[in-house]
Ligand binder design. Structure first.
Ligand SMILES: [Zn+2]
Length: 260
């Protein structure tokens, strides 16, 4: 039983066979998938998928690299879509200094808005962080105030200080295909410092498939390879790690009792 907490099922890579990809995932033990949105159109698409498949849930939000394209009314649309029945998260949001698509102050503005919306709806938010670790931590600290946050550091591949700050603020940490890459020993060492109850797994499909599928189009069925690698790091079996990460996701998304 696995939960893929991050899959871009609405993207072009899946336009021909999204249904088969979802069926294949369920058949291979991925009982739940979160279809993650990047724009308003994408938010509508993830909700449409979630409406058709009982195993698929949706996030709604605006990715930092697409915030520059947001039109008047887009933000209000996201706020409205956030109350759709199968929406269980806000994002993906965050900060990205690698791709210079959106002015940084605009990225910060959308990041803050999405954290606020997530708080209002009592949903977790999904954090994308690329070459912006101190900036992400600064926004998280500011938004947390004296309290804790409900969120996910998605496809985490950052430094120990960032990890420590995120954990201290209450966030969960999700690992994707990169976690399995041979060169990423340091990342696997750092994972050992994460409490078991904060761990999640994801594919970030269609991008960066895990070993041994590296180079192929990624899909939710492949989340087992990342879970397997994480299990090894913690000296657990795949079944044990699947149970741990799935229980964590169900608890975080408020789905305990709803999905079996
Ligand atoms: Zn993503």
């Amino acid at each position: 039983m696995l939960f893929d907490t991050h899959a871009h099922l609405d993207e072009d890579a899946f336009s021909q066979d999204a249904d088969e990809v979802i069926v294949r995932a369920v058949a291979s033990g991925v009982t739940t998938m979160l279809a993650v949105a990047t724009t308003v159109e994408s938010s509508r698409a993830t909700i449409a998928l979630a409406t058709r498949f009982p195993n698929v849930f949706a996030s709604v939000g605006i990715h930092p690299n697409y915030a520059v394209q947001a039109k008047p009314g887009d933000w209000e649309a996201i706020e409205g879509l956030a109350s759709s029945p199968k929406v269980i998260a806000i994002g993906e949001t965050g900060l990205d200094r690698y791709w210079d698509h959106t002015p940084f102050d605009v990225q910060i503005d959308y990041f803050r808005r999405q954290i606020e919306l997530a708080k209002r709806r009592d949903l977790p938010f999904i954090v994308h962080c690329r070459e912006a670790e101190p900036d992400v931590v600064a926004v998280l600290r500011q938004m947390a105030g004296a309290g804790q946050l409900k969120g996910i550091m998605h496809s985490f591949c950052g430094r120990q200080a960032t990890l420590d700050a995120a954990l201290e603020l209450g966030l969960h940490v999700s690992f994707a295909g990169m976690f399995t890459f041979k060169k990423n020993n340091e990342l696997r060492e750092l994972a050992k410092t994460i409490p078991l109850e904060r761990l999640l797994v994801e594919t970030d499909s269609p991008y960066l498939a895990p070993q041994p599928q590296r180079g192929k189009r990624n899909e939710p069925a492949f989340v087992r390879y990342t879970a397997e690698c994480l299990a090894e790091v913690f000296g657990k079996t795949l079944d044990e790690m699947a149970a741990i990460t799935t229980a964590n996701a169900l608890r975080l998304f408020g789905l305990s009792g709803e999905v079996s």
